[in-house]
Write a protein that binds this ligand. Structure first.
Ligand code: PLP
Length: 395
């Protein structure tokens, strides 16, 4: 297998798409699968689709496809809801596993929604839990014996800095804490081996590197050794042991299915299931090697061509996910000017321009092309136009 596999994706002519870390492009396998699902399944089978097309089994089926990319054993991952909801499920289960401890440890590089979900859970529990937020480089030392759960994101969404999963997991477990990894910027970006890592929980989304489309469902992994002890906080009927018995009392399903909540998003799962075929035969080690090559090249070329930009990502590829950020005091209009020239990255407040590198469909020619246009935008102050200063609702 060779990378890239650009022919598997719809990529608009002339566009250099360096934002697959935020929303992956449309895989060509998706259009046909979605329209067949709509026409043949929903259209013709209607409610029979739950059985004849196995819509009900889809969260587990797709979970196994995602699981393969993150080293999770068959049957240990399920799909549904959004990542924020999956964070809540993992965290509520984790704190319940350590009733004598009151600290949830996270870091200031975490994505705010994860922290907000922790704050909401703490308020809901009303048991005096504390969310302790430390600098990313201080996480390992902050794992003390009062920590119930360590909840951090493997790859920092702004900087691309990557935590050492195995080392932090061991540290957490040695101190008696439960480990939750958010793999939002890892699944499909860097090799992850959950079975080897041994963490209790992992969660992530599928609209970023997995190309499942806007609003694609999230995934949750729970270690097979602990899933049986978990009492789901979001005890919906499809996480029940026998949903169609319609018992009045909740009784969790065996295994990871207890992390399901309600009716699965069948259209989104159909898109994702088809999108996952882009990974057939792909070795994550090969993706990683290509990603490091592309990001190293990008950094080298940008630093040579654009001295007014300051690198805001780890320089050493081993400590970096699959994205690179640079700082510029006018980062927002710079990115808008780039987007207007069909180089798509994104902006993260207060002043970062961020570029994602996705070896399935990005190659060295794209990297060189993007740097040429970036150089032009900066050299000629093309960003200094009022139209590039106006902020949209989504930045
Ligand atoms: C993208 C991302 C989210 C987004 O959560 P949604 O509920 O899917 O909107 C949450 N956490 C992290 C770490 C992310 O990178």
């Amino acid at each position: 297998m060779t990378l890239p596999r650009k022919d598997l994706f719809h990529l608009p002519d002339g566009m250099i798409y360096l934002d697959g870390n935020s929303l992956g492009p449309l895989p060509k396998s998706v259009d046909g699968a979605l329209s067949a699902m709509v026409t043949d399944q929903w259209g013709q089978h209607l409610i029979k689709g739950w059985n004849v097309d196995d819509w009900m089994g889809q969260p587990m089926r797709v979970g196994n496809l995602v699981g393969r990319l993150i080293g999770a054993p068959e049957g240990s991952v399920t799909m549904g809801d959004t990542l924020s909801v999956k964070v809540y499920q993992a965290l509520s289960a984790a704190v319940q596993m350590r009733p004598d401890r009151k600290v949830i440890l996270s870091d200031s590089g975490n994505f705010p929604s994860d922290l907000y979900m922790a704050q909401g859970l703490i308020a809901q529990l009303g048991q005096g839990h504390e969310l302790r937020i430390v600098a990313p480089e201080e996480v390992a030392d902050a794992i003390t014996e009062d920590v119930a759960a360590v909840m951090i994101t493997h790859v920092d969404y702004r900087t691309g800095r990557m935590h050492d999963m195995d080392a932090i997991t061991s540290k957490a477990q040695d101190a008696g804490a439960v480990m939750i990894w958010d793999l939002a910027h890892s699944a499909g970006a860097v090799p992850v081996d959950l079975a080897a890592c041994g963490c209790e929980f992992a969660v992530g989304c599928t609209y970023k590197y997995l190309n499942g489309g806007p609003g694609a469902p999230a995934f949750i992994y729970v270690h097979p050794d602990v899933i049986g002890d978990i009492q789901p906080a979001l005890s919906g009927w499809l996480g029940h042991d026998a949903p169609f018995a319609f018992d009045l009392d909740y009784r969790p399903a065996t295994g990871i299915e207890r992390m399901r909540v309600g009716t699965p998003p069948v259209l989104q799962l159909t898109a994702l299931e088809a999108a996952m075929t882009a990974w057939d035969g792909v070795d994550m080690a090969e993706v990683r090697a290509a990603s490091i090559r592309l990001t190293d090249l990008f950094i080298e070329l940008v630093e040579a061509r654009c001295p007014e930009l300051t690198l805001h990502s780890p320089r050493d590829g081993d400590n970096r996910g699959s994205q690179v950020s640079f700082e510029h005091e006018n980062g927002y209009p710079v990115m808008q000017a780039l987007i207007a020239r069909d180089v798509i990255g994104d902006f993260r407040a207060p002043n970062l321009i961020r570029f994602g590198f996705t070896p399935l469909y990005i190659d060295e020619t794209d990297v060189r092309g993007a740097v040429d246009i970036l150089g032009d935008v900066l050299d000629n102050r093309l960003w200094d136009d009022p139209v590039y200063h106006a902020k949209g609702r989504v930045t």
